[in-house]
Ligand binder design. Structure first.
Ligand SMILES: Nc1ncnc2c1ncn2[C@@H]1O[C@H](COP(=O)(O)OP(=O)(O)OP(=O)(O)O)[C@@H](O)[C@H]1O
Ligand SMILES: O=P(O)(O)OC[C@H]1O[C@](O)(CO)[C@@H](O)[C@@H]1O
Ligand SMILES: [Mg+2]
Length: 326
């Protein structure tokens, strides 16, 4: 059977924003126009889709956006979209606006929504846009590089003040279920200890012991990095201070990690993935997620991609432990 020819491509961003989403939107819009398609921008993720917050885009709509953080299409976590009747409303709204192909830029939750629309007859393609790096079918997710560099620079600054006061710092970085930002910062900021949601055997006594040993060795500063998913940085700081007598401060970096101008790495992956997604739609594909594996752009069935479970790199974790102060 001949696959239907896509005439109008919609694009939306969903879930947490990520630096590089604008570069991905720009690539979708300009590639689609280059392939002779109409493009419709959908504001506020699935919320805007069901509300019909949809407008036509041209090449100029994405001018001066490649260097900007956030998403020019806005984003949302639309809880209603978990309901089948609301998903049907989304598919109907696509038809009202003539959208027969849809690119969804977001994380794993957003891909579940895209899968539902694909089952309702809208050709959909997902592009991994999340600072969390928590999608297994791809080695890269748009936003991670910018976010981890932002966290690294912030932690370098904390080290200056912490060392001057001979304090211990507990820093909480983003990652609800995923420890990638924490693990990377553990290595690139030279932390004494990292707490990750993927590693359950937290040994607080070992950490206290290490801080006391470090003080004996003349070390003036200790850095402990914790993923948001582990949580409790304030309480941990209080327990460390009580057990060691060393002044300890907790800092939660929070949403500042999601903002800022995207790095070259993010702009490049976003541009390549955006173009790849449109080409998949032009080939009649649907229910696919774009990935970057072994230095090549690839695509996977959404359901297969969602069934894959991403774990942290055991080698990176091993190296982070080896490089801690001994
Ligand atoms: N099971 C589902 N069925 C339909 N839609 C879903 C489903 N799960 C999530 N979505 C839609 O996708 C949106 C974004 O999902 P979620 O909040 O999990 O973020 P995400 O895309 O995983 O991104 P990130 O984790 O980086 O913030 C949800 O608010 C909802 O609109
Ligand atoms: O912006 P919100 O809704 O507070 O979500 C925060 C979550 O989003 C993420 O930043 C991913 O987008 C997670 O690291 C974090 O747990
Ligand atoms: Mg997610």
């Amino acid at each position: 059977m001949m696959s239907k020819e896509i005439k109008t491509i919609g694009v939306l961003t969903s879930g947490g924003d990520a630096p590089g989403m604008n570069a991905a939107i720009r690539a979708v819009v300009r590639t689609a126009l280059a392939r002779g398609k109409r493009v419709m921008g959908i504001r506020k993720g699935y919320q805007g889709l069901i509300n019909g917050d949809i407008f036509e885009m041209d090449a100029r709509s994405v001018s001066d956006t490649i260097q900007r953080g956030g998403t020019m299409l806005y984003t949302a976590r639309c809880i209603e979209f978990l309901q089948p009747e609301v998903q049907q409303r989304g598919a109907d709204m696509c038809k009202v606006f003539g959208i027969d192909g849809l690119v969804v830029i977001g994380g794993d939750g957003s891909f579940k929504g895209a899968g539902k629309l694909a089952n309702l007859g809208i050709n959909t393609i997902g592009i991994p846009g999340t600072i969390d790096l928590d999608i297994d079918c791809t080695d890269y997710t748009i936003g991670f590089d910018t976010a981890v560099n932002t966290a690294m620079e912030a932690i370098d600054r904390l080290r200056d003040t912490s060392t001057s006061h001979e304090r211990c710092s507990v820093v909480e970085v983003m990652g609800r279920d995923a420890g990638y930002i924490a693990l990377w910062c553990g290595i690139v900021n030279g932390a004494e200890y990292v707490f990750l949601p993927e590693v359950q055997n937290i040994k607080e006594e070992e950490l206290i012991e290490k801080i006391l040993m470090n003080r004996k060795k003349g070390k003036r500063h200790n850095l402990i990095i914790m993923s948001e998913g582990v949580g409790g940085s304030d309480e941990l700081a209080k327990r460390i201070e009580a057990a060691t007598g060393i002044e300890t401060r907790a800092t939660i970096l929070g949403h500042l990690q999601r903002g800022g101008s995207p790095t070259a790495v993010d702009r490049m992956h976003a541009s390549m993935m955006g173009a790849y997604a449109v080409d998949l739609l032009c080939k009649g594909e649907s229910n696919r997620v774009v990935g970057f594996k072994n230095n090549t752009y690839v695509d996977f069935d959404i359901d297969e991609a969602l069934a894959m479970q991403k774990d942290i790199s055991s080698r990176q974790y091993e190296v982070s432990q080896m490089l801690e102060t001994r």
